[in-house]
Design a protein. Structure first.
Length: 359
């Protein structure tokens, strides 16, 4: 059943992409962070297109150092001739000798608990990672069709309330020495480097700034709020809400998000950043805990707790994207409501042993 949810999601992404997806036909795509939550879905989408749409398959080179990523049976591409999964650390140059047409740079440490634990790896993986992959792009310049850098909505820091919903033109309010700086500042510098390669070398780079994506495949011990709530709820434990619970986020279901990311790669203006998220479901963490409680027939409770030591201080108070640039340039529209997405995600978690047996 839970594998069916993943298969249905991937088919939805392929359908959403429509004719645009044909740009990948017969091409070679390198995906860094291919063992992560988003990477697994992107590799899965390309494998699905090979099986169901393309006459000439694309080739996928998925690289990951598995610092946080992990293999999952629902995303098993082992033994497929069209998908090569390799252990590699993007902090160092990658010895790729074949021609590459698209590079998707998704490697990173996305969860605050992990980037607090590995601050230098976070900086090096992002800054050296983007530079190394852009150098690979330069080697492939004659045939390279797109380079996508995964930045983050965190580059906006804790935005001025007047700048929420946040447009790409907002420059951000970020500390260079604060507890989140390793992530925020390295993503900002990554964007700068990607922009320079576009300006100086004509590499067709685009930048995506995702706003809290969720869905099947997120690890139960990822420490991001939705898998953490799902794990707690399925184990009959109260949901911990940090602080007063008034801080807000928007959550974008995986099918909408992956469609948006791939549209940025395939149709985005070179050198441009794009927000991708769901602009219609901003919710406070307290209301999110209440929504979760209702989805579990009010059989679970939540507690307001002090921020744990493991969590980097200074989290943004409000986070909501303005996605009009992606709507206008790419035809991007998020379709899945928070409630619908959560129902899918919880159904998947219920059937994933790591959520129910806590290993
Ligand atoms: N998921 C979101 O909501 C979200 C929001 C904003 C930004 N992003 C960004 O999108 C990208 C993908 O996010 P995700 O949710 O899939 O995260 P994830 O943590 O699930 O996956 C990232 C993957 O990158 C790998 N990795 C880390 N450092 C590496 C290195 N030096 N070399 C090779 N692999 C390395 C990890 O092992 C992991 O498998 C990240 O760059 C993240 O910062 C994600």
């Amino acid at each position: 059943m839970s594998q069916e949810i993943v298969k249905k999601d991937i088919a939805t992404i392929a359908k959403n992409l429509g004719e645009e997806a044909k740009k990948f036909e017969g091409k070679t795509i390198l995906m860094s962070g291919g063992g992560g939550f988003l990477g697994k879905y992107i590799v899965g989408t390309l494998a699905y297109l090979n099986d169901n749409v393309f006459s000439k398959p694309c080739r996928v080179i998925s690289v990951d150092n598995y610092i946080t990523g992990a293999r999952h049976p629902h995303f098993n591409y082992q033994g497929r001739p069209d998908v090569l999964e390799v252990w590699a650390d993007v902090t160092y140059p990658l010895p790729v000798r074949e021609d590459v047409h698209f590079i998707i740079n998704g490697a990173g440490l996305a969860s605050p608990v992990y980037y607090k634990k590995y601050p230098l790896e976070t900086i090096e993986g992002t800054v050296f990672g983007v530079k190394n992959l852009l150098e690979l792009a330069r080697k492939n310049k004659d045939h390279l069709e797109g380079f996508l850098f995964f930045s983050s909505s965190e580059i906006y820091g804790d935005p001025d309330p007047k700048a929420v919903p946040t447009q790409e033109t907002y420059h951000g309010y970020v500390s260079s020495v604060g507890p989140r700086a390793c992530y925020d500042e390295s993503k900002r510098l990554g964007e700068t480097i990607a922009t320079i390669y576009e300006q100086q070398y004509g590499i067709p780079t685009t930048i995506v700034r995702p706003f809290n994506v969720f869905g099947p495949g997120m690890s139960h011990n990822d420490h991001r709020v939705l898998p953490m709530f799902a794990f707690r709820a399925l184990n009959n434990e109260p949901l911990p809400v940090h602080g007063d619970g008034h801080q807000t986020r928007t959550f974008c279901y995986i099918t909408d998000a992956i469609t948006g990311f791939l549209l940025v790669l395939l149709k985005g203006k070179p050198g441009h950043p794009y927000n991708i998220g769901n602009d219609e479901n901003e919710i406070s963490m307290k209301d999110l805990a209440e929504l979760f409680t209702s989805l579990f027939d009010n059989k679970i409770s939540y507690d307001l707790i002090a921020y744990p030591e493991t969590y980097p201080a200074g989290e943004p108070q409000r986070r909501c994207p303005d996605v009009s640039k992606a709507r206008n340039d790419l035809g991007f529209t998020p379709h899945v409501s928070l409630k619908e997405g959560l129902e899918q995600f919880i159904e998947w978690c219920k059937n994933d042993p790591s959520y129910t047996q806590g290993n």
